[in-house]
Design a protein around this ligand. Structure first.
Ligand code: TXA
Ligand code: MG
Length: 345
């Protein structure tokens, strides 16, 4: 059976996709971050299909996508005023918050047995329409095989999951942000926000909203330590292209690369020559098989938007290695670096 690309503007096609979801079949859906593989949270069998299509281990929990703060409240327990104010501020959008799970409604499979459920309300109009028509939450991990590069275009989902039996993907165009949502847990008594995964909502925006009395713990940087909450993407390799990738984040690594002779390698740079730190400039004088630049001016949003698509293009160029340069750690630079670092493991 082949995977159908659903045109949301063709009459009846979106309803057909909606009926697949109602029958507990997963469907590829666009969000403003990356494409998701959506299925009814309420149905353990629908969730099981998601895990098997992605070849995802059952210990890795799924994000619950809701239409509103009210729906989030109905499927979780004990949302505080502060949590509600964060959601009012940043939803719909790329913020995922850990809330206490309502075990009466959310199956174990969704949270890998945890008492905490990750919740977000996506901004993409197609995903929102489907959530509203359905009237219940959808689980939606990124629509890629486990550990691989997240898809940011409908055709990427078709080629990624079509061969494994996915029936349909709704085409909502290219994703605006291009990296996944920011995942946080709030510890109010400590006035602390733990960032479990840096993502499309920049840390600075959370800091501006909460004010200077709050601490921000970059939990994703110390994920090897034991933790009560499972850290996203703790597994060694994640967001990985098929081609080996070297994350270039120190002058030591730079020296090694510069000392090598001519090779069939690709340089992946977040910015163009005119906008980069002079220390890295010798890199551009090296002979590469190909050079990909994510944003000539080094703009973080542009670099993030094109990141996963470019990693897929690098794979198509079939080279020996991708050498990816680090971005400044500001705005979405944190998320871009995190994805590249993990792609290199
Ligand atoms: O932007 C996004 O968040 C996209 C789109 C499709 O909405 N979704 C997404 O889902 O990135 P996924 O499954 O690819 O990544 C979710 C991450 C996983 O690494 C998982 O371990 C973590 O969130 N996660 C989910 N539920 C969790 C929980 N209860 N506690 C801790 N981490 C959780
Ligand atoms: Mg993912």
């Amino acid at each position: 059976m082949s995977c159908l690309l659903v045109d949301p503007d063709q009459s009846g096609q979106l309803d057909w996709a909606l009926n697949l979801l109602r029958r507990n079949e997963p469907v590829g859906l666009p969000t403003e971050t990356v494409y998701g593989l959506a299925a009814r949270v309420a149905s353990s069998s629908a969730l099981a299909r998601v895990f098997s299509l992605k070849a995802r281990p059952h210990f890795d929990p799924l994000i619950m996508h809701v239409s509103s703060v009210e729906q989030a409240r109905a499927w979780t327990l004990e949302m505080s005023d502060l949590q509600a104010s964060l959601l009012d501020q940043f939803w719909p959008g790329p913020l995922t918050l850990l809330l206490k799970r309502n075990v009466q409604r959310i199956p174990d499979l969704c949270t890998a047995g945890s008492d905490w459920v990750a919740v977000r309300s996506p901004a993409h109009p197609i995903f929102r329409k489907i959530l509203l028509d359905l009237g219940e939450p959808l689980a939606a991990p990124s629509a890629n095989r486990f550990g691989r590069v997240s898809p940011t275009r409908a055709v990427d989902v078709v080629s990624e999951l079509g061969p494994f039996g996915l029936e349909a993907v709704v085409d909502g165009g290219a994703c605006a942000w291009g990296v996944e949502s920011t995942i946080i847990a709030v510890e109010e008594s400590l006035q602390c926000v733990r960032i479990l995964r840096p993502g499309a909502l920049a840390l600075e925006k959370l800091q501006d909203f909460l004010g200077s009395s709050w601490k921000f713990e970059k939990a994703w940087e110390r994920q090897h330590e034991a933790s009560s909450v499972l850290m996203p993407g703790t597994l060694e390799s994640h967001y990985a292209p098929r081609t080996p990738l070297l994350f270039l984040d120190s002058e030591e690594v730079l020296a090694t690369i510069l000392s090598e002779g001519t090779t069939q390698k690709i340089l992946l740079s977040p910015y163009g020559e005119e906008h980069m730190d002079p220390r890295w400039l010798p890199l551009f004088r090296k002979k590469w098989q190909q050079v990909f630049i994510l944003s000539r001016e080094g703009r973080d949003t542009e670099a993030a938007a094109g990141l996963f698509r470019t990693l897929r293009e690098c794979d198509l160029a079939s080279c020996e290695q991708i050498v990816a340069l680090k971005m400044p750690e500001a705005g979405l630079g944190c998320a871009v670096n995190d994805r590249l670092r993990r792609a290199g493991r």
